[in-house]
Ligand binder design. Sequence first.
Ligand SMILES: C[S@@+](CC[C@H](N)C(=O)[O-])C[C@H]1O[C@@H](n2cnc3c(N)ncnc32)[C@H](O)[C@@H]1O
Length: 368
Amino acid sequence: MDVQAPGVPRLPPRFLVKIVLGLRRALLWLANALVPPQLPLFELATGVSKTQMLSTAARLRIADLLAAGPLDAAALAAHTRRDPDAVQRMMRALANVGVFTVRKDGRFANNRMSAALRSGRVGTFRDFADYFGSASNVGAWADFDRTLQSGKNAFERVHGMSVWDWFDRHPEERTVFAAAMGSMTTLDAPGVARAYPFGEVSRLCDVAGSRGALLAEVLAQHPHLRGVLFDNAGVIAGAHEVLSARDVADRVELSSGSFFERVPEGCDAYLLKNILHDWDDSRSVTILQNCRRAMRPGHRLLVVELLVERDDPNGIGPLSDVQMMMVCNEGRERSRADFARLFRSAGFELRRVVPTATLMSIVEGVAT
Ligand SMILES: C[S@@+](CC[C@H](N)C(=O)[O-])C[C@H]1O[C@@H](n2cnc3c(N)ncnc32)[C@H](O)[C@@H]1O
């Protein structure tokens, strides 16, 4: 049965994805090898300007404004109430790095990259770009060296509270972050739902499942399944819309609370996607122990994460890893061996790693 959400791109087989990513790496290496190293270093050193321009263009919905056709900087400036010369220079610089194009008549238009910033599209990158350039995230990154000295996350040091408490006090940022996660998860979800034998599960709890993008996809693909969606109350409040859009709301129980206190009981599988990478080992073990307390022996734990081996610099894992180090609670991306160790400390045995069609893997544990 083909129930994949409309608009979610079909992914090629995993081996092809690996070949394409390897080819891209080789071409990027070649592009840098052709020029003096100062050029790629200049492009890297000016990363902060790209973060800010991309984020601001996303926040100002420039890609949406260009959806009806090309516009010049004066028109974009009028729509966004910004300075025309500054808008022209930002758009030219973004076109320089491949986002938007400049036509011969000087007007700006969307291209393949900028179209991915358009609102309302499955997998839109708009919210992620918006979030990444937010003052709270960028402010934390400005304090990088002190994290290098201490190993402690910068967000709490700079802002005086954890990123999660920050979201509680800044609901507009939480909404952008949840939308960014939801968008990325919507792209990963079909691969996860297809890769794992969910036919062997009857009731699935998505622990800290945000607004339910992954649970909705898994339930849509597996009609026998019922689900429990668990997250902070403020996040759960936005879940009904996501679940209804996939027509699974009547099979999902909503539950709010903190996974440091409890996790809902009564499910035979517990899913945690992109959760443990937010936390250091000790707090990850506490989360897993709370899951274990809700489970019976033989029940399954499904941890969906990027697997990152210690000496492998490839893929998006190493960059995601430093983001977790800076902003989350001494979080990190982990290897298979790291998960095996965490699982053992919390009463699980790592049974296998199930690859998916995307970069995410499903690390399966069994309650012992
Ligand atoms: C990185 S997001 C991942 C969301 C979702 N699993 C996904 O992959 O789309 C982390 C989630 O953890 C939730 N969270 C953070 N602290 C929590 C806590 N103490 N109890 C329950 N959920 C929490 C956040 O609200 C957020 O939805």
